[in-house]
Design a protein around this ligand. Structure first.
Ligand code: NAP
Length: 256
């Protein structure tokens, strides 16, 4: 059996109720970490926590809206009170935003920035303070292909995810001398409830995506969870401020 790479570590995973965050939380627990689960839906988090417990792991249910910095600080204080420190943070909470730009209301623009960018910043700031005290930690922010590529009707989403990548790079340079590694995973097209909802609304068509992807499929959450374990483990100890694009080759394909 493979040794557990995160044994003894404590982690916070946002967006842990479903999709990519859920898969990462389950993978971290399998690798021996205690995992604090964050999203707005306590019900979804309780289900994930039960799954972790059933497999012998330890989880803490921490319902929180990442837009509320006071609530974020309270979650971080709760986890530190329970486990002493926080060794790993994954910021996966996020929402899509697809709209013709001239129809994008102030509210919807703000919603994407508040959840995808500000929520990531609030957790980085609060957890970073704890990690600085201990001079140790890893942070993984979830970006997107939209962090660095232009795709129509994604103005708010792209602005928020591009900023997440630059936030990652800035924090990485500031905190690496203190033993804290900050990296970004930018997933391509991954089958999750978020993607399913875009397909159901007619805002996304999987067929042309699959046709352009050299791997000839969309990604699955396991494709992200494995690399997220690697980036939180000591195996990646010299990887700092990087963006790991996981897209089955969609981005580098130079034909269609
Ligand atoms: P998902 O299935 O919709 O899951 C999103 C998670 O984020 C849920 O647990 C949701 O729970 C939580 N969340 C949303 N708003 C929140 C808020 N205000 N406060 C706290 N939690 C919140 O999405 P996913 O596909 O797994 O996406 C996860 C991340 O990957 C996102 O950042 C997304 O932008 C990024 N991404 C996804 C893809 C893809 O193809 N799926 C590609 C590139 C990047 P509640 O709604 O209950 O709060």
């Amino acid at each position: 059996m493979q040794s557990q790479r995160l044994i003894g570590r404590s982690a916070i995973v946002t967006g842990a109720g479903r999709g990519i965050g859920r898969a990462i939380a389950l993978a971290y627990a399998r690798e021996g970490a205690r995992v604090a689960l964050v999203s707005r839906s306590a019900e979804e988090l309780t289900t994930v926590a039960a799954e972790i417990s059933a497999n012998g792991g330890i989880a803490l249910v921490c319902p929180c809206d990442v837009r509320d910095s006071a609530a974020v600080n309270a979650v971080v204080a709760t986890v530190v009170a329970a486990w002493g420190t926080i060794d790993a943070l994954v910021n996966s909470a996020g929402i899509p935003m697809v709209a013709p730009t001239v129809e994008l209301s102030d509210e919807r623009w703000q919603q994407a920035i508040d959840i995808n960018l500000n929520g990531t910043f609030y957790f980085c700031r609060a957890v970073g303070a704890v990690m600085l005290e201990h001079q140790f930690g890893t942070i993984i922010n979830i970006g997107s292909l939209h962090s660095f590529q232009g795709i129509p009707m994604r103005a708010a989403y792209a602005a928020s995810k591009g900023a997440v990548l630059q936030l990652t790079r800035s924090l990485a340079t500031e905190w690496a001398p203190h033993g804290i590694r900050v990296n970004c995973i930018s997933p391509g097209w991954i089958r999750t409830p978020l993607q399913d909802s875009l397909v159901a609304q007619g805002k996304l068509d999987r067929a042309p995506i699959i046709a352009r992807t050299p791997a000839r499929r969309v990604g699955e959450v396991a494709d992200i969870a494995g690399p997220a374990v690697f980036l939180a483990s000591d195996e990646s100890s010299f990887i700092i401020g990087e963006q790991l694009v996981i897209d089955g080759g969609w981005g580098i394909y130079g034909f269609l």
